[in-house]
Each structure stands twice: as structure tokens, then as C-alpha cells.
Design a protein around this ligand. Structure first.
Ligand code: PLP
Length: 369
């Protein structure tokens, strides 16, 4: 079977060959526990710390970073910071309605602890209104969460400006930067940032939480006291090295990657000119194209177009049978949601692949309409 054209880079990215090479010695040769005091342990610990510095190079410089097993874990860890606010009478958590389930469901879990959780609306372009945010965030707000780049529709939220509003009210700001880290600059005023290895050509099974100096997050995983005592468990040097190397590559290739993605996006917008773009046309990460054609049955389209790996919505929600909550938040009707596809381009996508995929998808779509 030939491999399909891969246009699902928001779900996950392939491992960069350089990352694989960097990880191999830590899987094959260097097995020391990074928490052991002897020479083998110290060698592993040194590699972990180099990786931490590499990851921190694309984060604000006034904080510390904790390795986790995924961004989902980082989000669960970071949200623990709200607990300290309840005794001050701050019992409100404000998250965008379009957040990934990892943020949304973590926020909602705090309802059981007495928090009011507000799912803040977005406009038909997927962006928040600053006036509405000002009105929602008040002196009772403990934490505000807004994602940098939306995983389903690619829109870029003004997280720096949202952070200013949160801070004015005395609240903390959390940013799920999973779909932007390594590709989109992160504002420096945010208090907590979550990221993931497998969205930046790094390995699966590793993420990180960055926390501003002075802010305490309570322990999520109890045990040997690793990762500043908040996330116990032996770190995998191979995964840490992989995330570090993946970040270093993103930094080194920042302009080249951005140019290539912009070029792919231009080509895709031309090839899919008779489709409608979901979400803001210009305030978006160009590696994500979420588009619809009225009357299309995307489930059928996906089974007809086996030669392209793409998504009918959020890969995280696919298979759940639930319509996309992000597309619904834009005000799209169920039929419009069912006629939407997400194409995600990455570092290894070529213009020829976009052209081939467009011809396969457009031909199958025409047969239906
Ligand atoms: N947040 C966003 C925006 C995502 O796209 C994803 C993964 O799809 C996650 C969080 C969860 O990341 P992880 O797979 O590392 O838990």
C-alpha cells in the first residue's frame, strides 16, 4: 500500500530525521537514570538540562519549565494554580469556548470544587472581542485561558492583549500554545504556557509547562519529587532530548519553515478557491486550512479519498461522533459543519502534494454535488 499524502499536521507531525538521530544514543547507549548521582546518571541529567534550555529558548525568559508526558498533562498541572485563589474569593475561570478539550474539560472539572466556569464566546471569525473579554473578566476571576492558535481552524488569538485584561483584574493567564509554539511568537506577559512535542516534529509522549517566576503550581503527580516536586516520575532523556532538538530545529528554521508554509497555503487557497474558509481569513496560522463546500458529505468524501490523510474536524474529537464545538461556536449550522474539512500542511509537505491532494479531493467533491 502506498502512503497517503499527509495533510493532517495539526493532529500530529512526523518525527524530524534530525530529532530521531539525536534520540537514538539515549535509547540505545545511554541508559542512566537522570536522577541518579553517579556518572551515568549525571550524563543523562546533563542532556535533560540542555534540552530544557533548548525548549526555554522559545519561551519568555522569566520563568521555569517542567517536563510532562503531554500537553494535556501540562494543562492539568497548570490549572492547579487556581486552587490558591478560592480563599481570596476568586472563583471564576474564563476559557474560550473554542479551546481544545484538554483546556475546556480541565476547566469544567473545577466546577466540582466551587468554581464558576465561563466558556467565553468567539465571533463568526473565531476571534474574541476585547470589549466582551473586558466585560467578562472581573475581580472574581482567578484564571483566564486562551489558546494561541486554534487546532481546528488555525485562527491566532490576541493572547498578549487578553493577558493584559486578565492581569488588570488580578487574574492569572494560561495559554495553550500547542499549535503555535515553534512557529508563532509567544507574548512574554503570559503566566503559564503549555506545549507538546509531537506537534513540532518531535516525539509523542512529551510536553512541557512553562511557569512564570514566583508562581506556584501544586503537585499533580506525587512520588520521588522530580521536576521541582510537582511532577514526579523518572524523566525519559530520549524524549527530553527529542523535544529539545525539535525546538532547536524550529528556531533554526523559523524563517524557512514560515516561507514554505506560506507558499503551500497560497497554493492550497488557489486550488480550493471555490470552497469557503472557516474562521478569520487573515488572522490565522497558514499551515491550517479549514474549509467547507455546501452540500458535501465529508464522511463520504473521506472514504472516497483514501490517498490523502486529512481531517473532518478536530482529530482529537474524531470518532466521537460529536460535531465540532469550534465550528458550532462560529455559528455554523450542523450541515455546514458536516461539510467542513481541515487540511494541515507541515515542514515536509510539498506543493506537488497539495496539487495532487486538491485534485483528488475536488474530483470526489464534484462527484457528490
Ligand atoms: N491543545 C491543543 C490545541 C491541541 O491541538 C492538542 C492536541 O491535539 C492538545 C492540546 C493536546 O496535546 P497532547 O497530545 O500533547 O496531550
Amino acid at each position: 500500500m502506498t502512503e497517503p499524502i499527509y495533510l493532517d499536521n495539526q493532529a500530529t507531525t512526523p518525527l524530524a530525521p534530525e530529532v530521531f538521530e539525536a534520540m537514538v544514543p539515549w535509547l540505545r547507549d545511554n541508559f542512566g537514570n537522570p536522577h541518579s548521582p553517579h556518572i551515568l546518571g549525571r550524563k543523562s541529567a546533563a542532556a535533560v538540562e540542555v534540552a530544557r534550555q533548548q525548549v526555554c529558548a522559545l519561551l519568555p525568559n522569566d520563568g521555569e519549565m517542567i517536563f510532562t508526558g503531554s500537553a494535556t498533562e501540562a494543562i492539568n498541572l497548570g490549572f492547579g494554580a487556581v486552587k490558591a485563589f478560592l480563599s481570596e474569593g476568586r472563583n471564576k475561570i474564563v476559557v474560550l469556548v473554542s479551546e481544545h478539550a484538554a483546556v475546556r474539560d480541565t476547566a469544567l472539572s473545577y466546577q466540582a470544587q466551587g468554581f464558576e466556569v465561563i466558556l467565553h464566546p468567539v465571533g463568526s471569525d473565531g476571534l474574541v472581542s476585547m470589549e466582551q473579554m473586558e466585560a467578562t473578566i472581573d475581580q472574581k476571576t482567578a484564571l483566564v485561558a486562551a489558546m494561541l492558535v486554534n487546532n481546528e481552524i488555525g485562527v491566532i488569538q490576541p493572547v498578549g492583549a487578553i493577558t493584559d485584561i486578565a492581569h488588570k483584574a488580578g487574574a492569572l493567564m494560561f495559554c495553550d500554545a500547542v499549535q503555535g509554539y515553534g512557529r508563532v511568537a509567544i507574548p512574554t506577559n503570559i503566566d503559564m504556557i503549555a506545549l507538546s512535542g509531537h506537534k513540532i516534529y518531535g516525539p509523542k509522549g512529551i510536553g512541557a509547562l512553562w511557569v512564570k517566576n514566583g508562581l506556584k503550581v501544586p503537585t499533580l503527580i506525587h512520588g520521588g519529587g522530580q521536576e521541582r516536586g510537582v511532577r514526579s516520575g523518572t524523566l525519559s532523556p530520549a524524549l527530553c532530548v527529542g523535544l529539545g532538538k525539535a525546538t532547536e530545529l524550529c528556531a533554526d528554521r523559523w524563517d524557512a519553515d514560515a516561507m514554505s508554509i506560506a507558499n503551500l497555503a497560497k497554493s492550497a487557497r488557489e486550488k480550493f478557491a471555490n470552497w469557503t474558509v472557516n474562521g478569520s481569513q487573515d488572522q490565522r496560522y497558514p499551515g491550517n486550512l479549514n474549509i467547507r463546500r455546501d452540500g458535501l458529505d465529508v464522511a463520504r468524501l473521506m472514504s472516497d479519498v483514501r490517498g490523502v490523510a486529512f481531517s473532518a474536524g478536530s482529530a482529537c474529537a474524531s470518532g466521537s461522533g460529536r460535531p465540532s464545538h469550534v465550528l458550532a461556536a462560529l455559528g455554523l449550522q450542523p450541515a455546514e459543519i458536516k461539510s467542513s474539512i481541515r487540511l494541515g500542511f507541515g515542514r515536509y509537505t510539498t506543493v506537488e502534494e497539495i496539487e495532487q491532494a486538491a485534485s483528488l479531493i475536488n474530483r470526489a467533491a464534484e462527484e457528490q454535488l
